[in-house]
Unconditional design. Sequence first.
Length: 384
Amino acid sequence: MPVPSSGRRLPPRTLPWDDRIRVSLDRIVASPAFRRWAVRLPIARWVARRRARRLFDLCAGFVYSQVLRATVELRLFDLLADGPRSAREIALACGLGHDAALTLLRAAASLDLLAARSGDRFGLGSLGAVMVGNGALVAMVEHHDALYGDLARPVELLRDVARATALSAWWPYAGAARPAELGAGVTARYSDLMSASQPLVAECILDAWPMGRHRTLLDVGGGDGTFLSAAAARHPHLDLVLFDLPPVAARAATRFAATGLGVRARAVGGDFRHDALPRGADVATLVRVVHDHDDATVSTLLRAVRVALPPRATLLVAEPMAGTRGAEPMGDAYFGMYLFAMGKGRPRTSEAIGRLLLEAGFVSWRVVPTAMPLQTSLIAAAVA
């Protein structure tokens, strides 16, 4: 019988028949005798080795991520963008000793971030090539220092739900009683991160949804206007409205003026929990906003959007979603723990978001396929 870390035994219970079968199979697989037998059979050996590799990757995952962090901090991908360099050249450029550099280079090569070349040289691997000039991915990797700090003692984090965390400081609006009163200095850091990562998301949304059929786009929680700027570039006829916290909306207004969008774009500051959203748009977007909040706050947000939209308008909800086929760990493992550390929000399946949309007064919803669902899934909800 399993014993929790508290030392208390779980009470005995009667399991359904399918659970009893699974428990029996798990006990067989856990048996050392079974494992010794399995590795002697070719097919079973392949399965055993594959599972062993997956389990080892879970154990070593933090080391892998720190290898990536080091290559990003040292700007190795940009250094090697023009071609391979020798380990000695790389060591000098990065301010590392030769042995330290070689250790990092070999580690990065084993992860396909770099690739070993002839003559003790190293170049870009297939994953590292994606990182060259990719400010969005670099910004995400760098900000993970806060997440890893919070997860250094995961059980303490899970037990002490009231503790202050580094991620809650990164995203202060999540726990603020009156987020509209946050100053520009407080909101600047997370706004910069969102802006850096937004172009990839914007491209995914605009490729998936025919924005050209609409007249006015309202982006709620639109940050500094990166998404609206991308939409404006593709659809010159669109009028653009952004709604976000006052200091964030002020950043967007500055961006619109600097890029010549001031005539067709406006930024409105407020808090959706207390202030009415701008009316008149025939399409609204919530880009990576819903998963930052608990159900009660999301319901308030969706009702506010519903009130602001006219008949036959559309709401687009875009974010990574739990249960995404082929990316299941992204939802409940990565975003589940990330948002728990942040102190608010949760990853949701498309079905869970759909239920909240119907409860808020939208008449229907559907999933819109995207090119990169791990990064951005998309739901379109209709107003009657």
